[in-house]
Design a protein around this ligand. Structure first.
Ligand code: SF4
Length: 52
């Protein structure tokens, strides 16, 4: 987790601190069926669906 934090941009680090050091992770990507609801729901526009 500390390595993930270090990889963030300056703004990303500030946003992370403001939000209690929490970040989104895809825990089980094999269960995602690309409905796009999380993309629509995120107010920060932080989620994108990509072709694999
Ligand atoms: S696109 Fe987002 S909301 Fe839809 S299944 Fe995948 S992770 Fe869940």
């Amino acid at each position: 987790m500390q390595a993930d934090f270090k990889a963030l941009s300056f703004i990303g680090k500030i946003k992370t601190r403001v939000h209690g050091n929490k970040k989104a992770y895809v825990v089980q990507p094999d269960l995602c069926h690309a409905c796009g609801l999380c993309v629509t729901a995120c107010p920060e526009k932080a989620i994108k669906l990509k072709k694999v």
